[in-house]
Design a protein around this ligand. Structure first.
Ligand code: NAP
Length: 276
């Protein structure tokens, strides 16, 4: 069993990108839109800002009131789209329920949609000519590449079908010539499907859901889940790591696997918002 070290790979990429950014004549400029006072959104924006600062990427945060209307939000996005200084825009989730996040994503100029979540960019990924791929699947593809894990012709199973992770992940694996099955909460006989996987990616948000009996001997298991254990600071994944690890060829730990790759992959996308 080999543990995939996302922390180490992301540190290596950070140095690579630092140098690349230092040599850019025109730097990317990111605006992060945060709406309301969700604690998780605040943490995500802070940590993305910290990474931008470390790497010399200018950014700003546009913090909007929780009671903003959809029209006001769209008009703020229009202003940022029209501002040539701004090369990248993202909207941090979650946002208040009265707002339509899909419409907001679609309002972002596709060339500035650094999260790759608007319909044009998801469509480009589906058509196998991606420009911006959502950061988590992009980071996972990088991990597979770094560890020279072959995808072509392999049976790939993705558990979870969110627009943020599962769907774009499945498209990435398909684009890399994997044979892909997507599972979700209505999938019947899940174990029979996951047991077939040479590469199993799990993104459901259910602590230790995947157990040893659901994994094929020698599989690569990628755990996207981040689940906080109540009344403790401990975070666990969607895979029961201790129970599963000895059966795998490769496995990502939580924390220290996929997580660190997500922010660094956002930086990869940010660099590509500037045409030099
Ligand atoms: P999400 O939007 O809640 O989607 C969860 C998906 O899991 C849905 O497609 C759901 O199916 C499926 N699912 C739920 N229960 C299931 C079950 N028992 N069997 C099979 N499928 C089931 O979550 P998400 O945004 O994709 O995130 C998933 C996890 O990844 C969360 O723990 C999140 O915190 C974590 N995450 C980590 C990173 C990172 O950087 N490491 C980034 C993003 C997310 P239906 O569609 O049928 O409801």
């Amino acid at each position: 069993m080999n543990i995939i070290d996302g922390k180490m790979i992301s540190s290596k990429l950070k140095e690579e990108y630092r140098e690349k950014i230092a040599n850019m004549k025109m730097k990317p400029f990111l605006v992060m839109i945060r709406i309301g006072d969700d604690a998780a959104a605040e943490i995500y924006v802070k940590s993305k800002g910290k990474t931008c600062l470390e790497l010399g990427i200018p950014y700003s945060e546009l913090h909007l009131n929780a009671d903003i209307t959809q029209e006001e939000l769209l008009s703020q996005i229009d202003e940022l789209n029209a501002d040539d200084k701004v090369t990248a825009i993202l909207i941090e989730s979650p946002i208040p329920y009265h707002l339509d996040i899909l419409e907001a994503f679609d309002r972002i100029d596709p060339k500035k949609d650094v999260d790759g979540l608007n319909s044009i960019n998801l469509g480009n990924l589906a058509g196998n000519h991606p420009i911006f791929t959502p950061a988590t699947p992009l980071g996972i593809m990088r991990l597979l590449k770094e560890y020279k894990i072959e995808i072509e012709g392999k049976r790939c199973v993705v558990v979870g079908r969110s627009n943020l992770v599962g769907r774009p992940m499945a498209l990435c694996l398909l684009n890399a010539n994997g044979t892909v099955t997507i599972c979700h909460s209505r999938t019947k006989d899940l174990r029979d499907i996951t047991k077939e996987a040479d590469i199993l990616v799990v993104a459901i948000g259910k602590p230790k859901f995947i157990t040893e009996d659901m994994v094929k001997e020698g599989a690569t298991v990628i755990d996207v889940g981040i689940n906080r254990i109540p009344d403790s600071k401990k975070i666990v994944g969607d895979v029961d790591f201790d129970n599963v690890k000895d059966k795998c060829s490769y496995i990502t730990p939580v924390p220290g696997g996929v997580g660190p790759m997500t922010i660094i992959s956002l930086i990869d996308n940010l660099i590509r918002t500037v045409n030099e």
